[in-house]
Design a binder for this molecule. Sequence first.
Ligand code: ZN
Ligand code: ZN
Length: 258
Amino acid sequence: MSRFIFPHAALCLAAPLMLLSCQDKESSAPAEAQADRMAALHQPSPYSRLILEIDAVPGLTPSNAVQAQIGEALAGLLDKPDGISFVEDEALPAVGADHAWTDEALFALAEAHYNLVAETGAVKIHVMVLDGHSAEDSAEGQVLGLAWSNTHLVLFADVLRAQCMTPGGIAITPLCEEAERAVWLHELGHIVGLVNRGAPPTRDHVDPDHDAHCDNPDCVMYWAYERQGVFELLKQRRAGAPPTTFDEACRADLAAAR
Ligand SMILES: [Zn+2]
Ligand SMILES: [Zn+2]
């Protein structure tokens, strides 16, 4: 995201959901339901497989290379002996670059399209890849992604790509791909419980100024990884540096959830 910002009041009125984005600090999901969801995602039983159900506007689906990187990262975090797969499910209608998605509209879209029938033994995560932009964009930057209820995530792929295309061109640059990977991984981090969103912190690393985020700027759960700031962060990294991932503190939280 550049930012993901969710006005709490509007959120809570609109939907009794547990939001995992920067702005959701309020959770009305029962703790028991969240614990069950965490177990389903992290543990090998009763769900030995994970499926990422991808509903995307045509042309915006992340590349196979990015999907492979995400799959590899998740495989190191979640105990899914029968594997992790990506299913490109429905084509969502394009709405145009000027369309501002409200949180309520995103929740409704998720409700309408989270419908892939998974076989017994598979747990799902819902990924929606959209054009348009968040209605919560502000002077602090544009929102690139958001996640809620340890289940659904949105990537504003059009916004993201508009910032990393070659000038006048349509080529997807390495920066673009890295940003897409980082934002996606960040949102998945929220879904699997970070930071203190289902996986209790094993040490103090919650950013006091950005709830649900890690205080380490080198960690993919740092708040700016879902905002426009991700591009600056990535540009500042040394050439040849490994891709940003979960730091030790975040990994420890996830390991404790397994
Ligand atoms: Zn975040
Ligand atoms: Zn971290």
